[in-house]
Design a protein around this ligand. Sequence first.
Ligand SMILES: C[S@@+](CC[C@H](N)C(=O)[O-])C[C@H]1O[C@@H](n2cnc3c(N)ncnc32)[C@H](O)[C@@H]1O
Length: 273
Amino acid sequence: MPLPYFQSSNKDFTLYQDDCLSALDNLQQPLNMVFADPPYFLSNDGLTVKNGKIQSVNKGQWDKFTTDDETYAFTYDWLAKTRDKMADNGTIWISGTHHNIFTLGRILPQLGFKILNVITWEKTNPPPNFSCRFFTHSTEFIIWARKHPKVPHYFNYKLMKQLNNDKQMKDVWRLPAIAKWEKSCGKHPTQKPLALLAQIILASTEKGDLILDPFTGSSTTGIAANVLERNFIGIDKESEFMKLSQDRYQDLQQEGRKQFFKEQFNRLLNKSM
Ligand SMILES: C[S@@+](CC[C@H](N)C(=O)[O-])C[C@H]1O[C@@H](n2cnc3c(N)ncnc32)[C@H](O)[C@@H]1O
């Protein structure tokens, strides 16, 4: 196994700077849960409006536009390698929009996964649509699938019900996009909100479980996992995101930070349904 970019002293938070296709070959321990926020390959030099200003849609080289065939082959490869490293009762969550969700929905059953849910994350504060030619985009989707059609997976049904005023939790979650308190160490261009990851982790893992994020970015998954006492491995190609992830981990170890994050999770998750 190559040396990690960073590993915490108790080994509960490990980062590898690598292409996930090669890093996945070297993983040893079975993964209880995977969260993946893969590139959507949307950086095509187009323009958009953000905060009232015209800006490029480009996120970085890692998101550069490729052909449909290349995207399909890449998606198939990383999902196949990830599945090999999952525990038999493990589950995977993959986030996306209409750009990649249909490709994912086709490949997952081909590889033997069973789709459990497609969660709709409704953003309570979406950016407005400036073209006024279609509806404001206010949702993202997260596919939840288990490794085997016939091997039961872990689901903390009771806790999810409790978080939802003692009613069964639905597959539509209402949560805001990332807030200022989540950017104290800097920001990734497609950073996910911590509360979203906290809900995913609480629903599908137990304390001490091992979680992988093969496209870790700023390691939102790892930060939520660390607050909730799960072990974490994150992989990303880019050194700037490794540094941001390590900074976020170190910030979290400061006195009072974990408690503050837990309070934010409680505040947001109790009104997310
Ligand atoms: C959509 S972002 C993930 C953002 C992350 N969820 C967060 O909250 O910060 C995708 C990440 O995948 C990384 N990436 C793209 N292709 C990769 C590959 N083949 N192997 C590893 N990382 C890759 C990019 O550098 C980028 O940081």
